[in-house]
Design a protein around this ligand. Structure first.
Ligand SMILES: Cc1cc2nc3c(=O)[nH]c(=O)nc-3n(C[C@H](O)[C@H](O)[C@H](O)COP(=O)(O)OP(=O)(O)OC[C@H]3O[C@@H](n4cnc5c(N)ncnc54)[C@H](O)[C@@H]3O)c2cc1C
Length: 428
């Protein structure tokens, strides 16, 4: 290979994984070009305009979960801080509000069965096998709600081993939000990439990659074309299927079918005041999360920040039922769920509504869903996708992270870093 040919890497996607990989490669002296389909960086990190919600509200990722070593190191470098989550969780059952920290009945038996499990299987099958009896109905419902709601996963596919790790092996570190939002972290990373000489092309939708003579060429809608010694694809899994790939990479990408990918509809409602602080005659001033059985079952506040914003979360296979709904209809479903949860009328609730957004990530053409989850065959698939094969097409992104918290920003950052290091160790 000639010197002029070595060391130009084309990265598809300027989300957390793409920017992290670009910075690492730029630091090592590689020439980097990033092609990003949207007119902004960040991908599934999506700050909404501060003018709309009073602060850069998060349309996508919002929380830093657990240990998150790569995220925390980056935050320190960027001079950003984390605000830990505080406040109390409440739930609504049969119209009554109560504080909800008690585990479901039979939780002890559940943990024992999980600890003794020797071969992985989907969680729905695990529940059928071990907790089919009538007496376990509440436990089955609680687990299913958790898997669909938190992991955005289909219980018929979600790995019991991965869920066991998530539930029983929480590492140290508190949950928190980045002061200034995830957007501040993306701004820092993008500035770092540019400082190191990376070119970031926005509104560049890649539709095909070709390999020729040991070089990779990325083709964009509208005729743009970028050639490099290697290409790193960081697009979300469902989008990968829409990009034409060279035969060997396409064969490899088939492994993606073994990785789950769930959807989320996130609904943000800004009110004139924190009216819920005294709802139902209760002291809810420090309300953090509120769970109910309404269509949009999970809501949270910005506590300890004072912003009068409630965020609704509707996730998992059930979001298929609203696939064709317009944003206004989704906001309507959110308001109806909230009215039901607090025992109010819609009119009462709408008084004082200042701004509303509903984002169905399944309808976003550059995401086609929210984030990945593990199935029993995911680890194998990740290892196929992550192993260099001598070609010049590499894969990265949150779904390829082999640690515990796949589907997170931490996973994306760590995967970007790992892929950059693979290229530096073995690539062009
Ligand atoms: C509603 C929601 C809430 C979430 N909450 C959290 C949370 O609280 N905490 C957390 O840690 N994680 C959360 N996540 C997950 C987190 O946002 C993602 O795991 C992470 O941001 C993924 O980063 P990535 O770089 O792998 O992918 P992306 O951010 O999707 O980046 C890929 C980039 O590729 C671009 N792209 C797509 N197609 C093309 C194409 N054809 N050509 C060029 N570019 C293309 C996309 O526009 C995108 O910018 C949430 C996600 C969603 C959707």
């Amino acid at each position: 290979m000639t010197a002029s040919h070595s060391g130009h890497i084309v990265i598809i996607g300027a989300g957390a994984a793409g920017l992290m990989a670009a910075r690492e490669l730029g630091r090592a002296g590689k020439r980097v070009t990033i092609l990003e389909a949207r007119d902004r960086c960040g991908g599934r990190i999506y700050p909404l305009p501060a003018a709309e919600f009073g602060y850069p509200a998060e349309g996508g990722a919002e929380f830093v979960h657990g240990e998150a070593p790569v995220t925390r190191t980056l935050l320190r470098e960027a001079g950003l801080s984390l605000s830990p989550l505080h406040g109390r969780r409440w739930s609504v059952k049969d119209g009554a509000l109560s504080q909800s920290d008690s585990p479901p009945s039979h939780a002890g038996q559940l943990y024992q069965a999980l600890a003794e499990l020797e071969a992985d299987l989907p969680i729905a099958e695990f529940l059928e096998r071990h907790f089919a009896g009538h007496q376990y109905g509440e436990l089955r419902r609680a687990i299913t709600r958790m898997v669909e709601g938190y992991d955005a996963a289909d219980p018929a596919r979600a790995s019991t081993f991965a869920l066991r790790d998530e539930w029983m092996d929480r590492g140290p570190g508190t949950q928190g939000r980045i002061v200034g939002g995830y957007g501040a972290l993306i701004d820092f990373l993008a500035a770092e990439c540019r400082r190191l000489g990376a070119l970031i092309h926005l509104s560049a939708v890649v539709n095909a990659i070709e390999e020729s003579g040991g070089r990779a060429i990325a083709y964009c809608d509208g005729g743009g074309m970028h050639e490099g010694d290697a290409v790193i694809l960081t697009v979300p899994l469902p989008v990968l299927a829409e990009i034409a790939l060279p035969p060997a990479a396409r064969e490899k990408a088939a492994a993606c079918a073994q990785i789950g990918f769930g959807n989320v509809v996130k609904i943000l409602l800004r009110f004139a005041t924190k009216w819920w602080a005294e709802a139902g005659g209760r002291d809810l001033v420090d309300l953090s999360f509120l769970l109910s059985s309404a269509t949009v079952p999970t809501w949270w506040t910005q506590h300890p920040a004072m912003d009068p914003v409630l965020t609704g979360w509707f996730a998992g296979p059930k979001t298929d039922t609203v696939a064709h709904f317009a944003e206004e209809e989704l906001v309507g479903i959110g308001l109806a769920s909230l009215a039901e949860t607090f025992g109010m009328t819609l009119d009462e609730l709408k008084t004082g509504l200042v701004a509303a957004r509903a984002i169905n990530w399944g309808n976003d053409p550059f995401a086609r869903g929210a984030y990945s989850y593990a199935t029993p065959k995911t680890r194998e698939a990740q290892s196929v996708l992550g192993t260099p094969d001598g070609g010049c097409v590499y894969f990265s992104g949150e779904a390829l992270y082999r640690g515990r918290d796949m589907g997170t920003v931490e996973a994306a950052l760590a995967s970007g870093l790992e892929r950059a290091r693979t290229i530096l160790a073995t690539g062009p």
